[in-house]
Design a protein around this ligand. Structure first.
Ligand code: PCA
Length: 214
């Protein structure tokens, strides 16, 4: 199983982005049996991130694409269920573009779902003692747009599965935000490894309850 893992460059005034550190650290490790993996670090730019991802998918022809990004304020690894066809940027991206009310893909569907086995992935991380939840909003910024573009691109690659994982701040980032949750990069790396293994084991999802009331 060929796996492409993507992380993002820093944004929003931060000097690091643990999503990039985590995917680079993971892919430096020797891959488990039956798996080969490759890391790709993407700019926090609505357009360019999607272009680079599409180019990498065409070049590498992966079986699995896990895109990872930071969502400061989240308290767990968040397995994103849905990406919406909306660009609504509270801050400009790293190219200076700040879209409002635009589509990610004009004429595209309102939303795409991840086609990863999210409930099995959640169970696997819970068994490992790693905080995890299924999330029903990836926001409206570059991460949501990347996930939308990923799932849109995968309509032409039906043998490939993909989705998006948001991660909390790293501990160093919350040194000056004492009320914010954080997760060590080592824990994120361990979690991503489990997610890859889970996708290798589960072609289809398990049955379990999920959902949110808020
Ligand atoms: N998080 C941002 C974009 C890059 C990243 O790591 C987001 O959640 O949209």
């Amino acid at each position: 199983m060929k796996v492409l893992l993507t992380g993002f460059e820093p944004f929003g005034g931060e000097s690091s982005n643990p999503s990039a550190e985590a995917v680079l650290q993971l892919c430096r490790q020797s891959a488990p049996e039956g798996i080969s993996w490759q890391a790709l670090i993407l700019p926090v730019e609505f357009k360019r991130s999607g272009e680079l991802l599409r180019e990498a998918i065409g070049r590498l022809q992966p079986d699995l694409v896990l895109c990872v990004g930071q969502a400061g304020g989240r308290t767990a690894l968040c397995l994103e269920q849905v990406a919406i066809n909306l660009l609504e940027a509270r801050i400009p991206d790293n190219s200076g573009w700040q879209p409002s009310g635009e589509s990610v893909v004009s004429e595209g569907p309102a939303a795409y779902f991840s086609n990863l086995p999210l409930k099995a992935m959640r169970a696997q991380l819970q068994q490992q003692g790693i905080p995890v939840q299924i999330s029903y909003s990836a926001g409206t910024y570059v991460c949501n747009a990347l996930m939308y573009q990923l799932m849109h691109a995968l309509t032409a690659w039906p043998q490939c599965r993909g989705g998006f994982i948001h991660i909390p701040y790293a501990p160093t980032q919350v040194a000056t935000k004492p009320d914010a949750a954080s997760m060590s990069v080592a824990t994120v790396v361990a979690g991503l490894l489990q997610l890859v293994l889970c996708c290798q084991q589960h072609q289809t999802d398990i049955k379990a309850t999920a959902g949110a009331l808020d």
